[in-house]
Design a protein around this ligand. Structure first.
Ligand code: MF3
Ligand code: CO
Length: 253
């Protein structure tokens, strides 16, 4: 199948920005709620209330049968952890929180990984490096660069720190669909793939493991975990190339 990238008008990007702003505000709100004793189901309920109150629709609930508003991925869980009233956060955990919202038919998508109370220096370093890998990828988003320049920048930061990037899951184009072309791998040689241009909107989302890159999906058919049970982190932003240049849409202003 050939790659079918749907470029967006400035008006369409403005709507994606509204969806993305709800996502950014939800993440800012959830940051304050993450603490020992809270369950991932508690976070999910708060997120659904927040997004709905903002006039948006939770993007993940019902997507391919996914049952919740958030993906909450704790410790060795990489992505797509399902919120549960049986999963109570403990001091020293790390939790990935992935949020999507729909406004007027357009999607915004972002994720952070947060420490629960005080965490080990090893865990804190994983969070710093994974966010730096995302920032390095975002910095490559400009007209004239190629898609794999993003991938290469992400991989370089993660591997220079001694970590592995997950290869089984990738970032994506985003717009009227949560997942559009192009796929955005978190690895690869620079200078390959489509040229980036005005109207492109991407969700860039490095998943970085302290141990090996291999992952597996649990019997709940969603939760992705590291095969070696090493800690994993995930950060994601939605970014557009606007007429005024690249703009991260999911950063709370
Ligand atoms: N941010 C994730 C992604 O882009 C969220 C998908 S979870 C799902 O793939 F439940 F909606 F699939
Ligand atoms: Co995504």
């Amino acid at each position: 199948m050939s790659v079918m990238i749907i470029l967006k008008t400035p008006q369409e990007i403005a709507v994606i920005e509204r969806a993305s702003r709800v996502v950014a505000l939800a993440i800012a709100f959830l940051r304050e709620q993450v603490k020992p004793g809270v369950t991932t189901a508690d976070l999910d309920r708060l997120a659904e209330e927040f997004i709905t109150r903002e006039g948006a629709i939770p993007a993940f609930k019902g997507y391919r049968g996914y049952p919740a508003t958030l993906c909450t991925s704790v410790n060795e869980e990489v992505v797509h952890g399902i919120p549960s009233s049986r999963r109570r956060l403990e001091e020293g955990d790390i939790i990935g929180i992935d949020v999507g919202a729909i406004v007027e038919g357009f999607y915004g998508d972002a994720a952070v990984t947060l420490p629960v109370g005080r965490v080990s220096e090893e865990a804190a370093r994983l969070l710093r490096v994974t966010e730096a890998a995302l920032d390095a990828g975002l910095a490559q988003v400009r007209a004239g660069n190629r898609l794999s320049d993003i991938s290469h920048a992400v991989q370089t930061v993660a591997e220079d720190a001694g970590y592995s990037v997950v290869t089984d899951f990738v970032g994506h184009g985003i717009g009227r669909n949560l997942h559009e072309d192009p796929q955005v791998p978190n690895f690869g040689k620079p200078g390959e793939g489509p040229r980036l241009k005005e109207g492109l909107v991407l969700a860039i989302e490095p998943m970085v493991n302290i141990g090996g890159h291999e992952v597996e999906v649990l019997s709940d058919r969603w939760t992705v975990v590291t095969r070696d049970k090493s800690l994993s982190a995930h950060f994601e932003h939605t970014i557009a190339i606007t007429p005024d240049g690249p703009k991260v849409l999911t950063r709370a202003a």
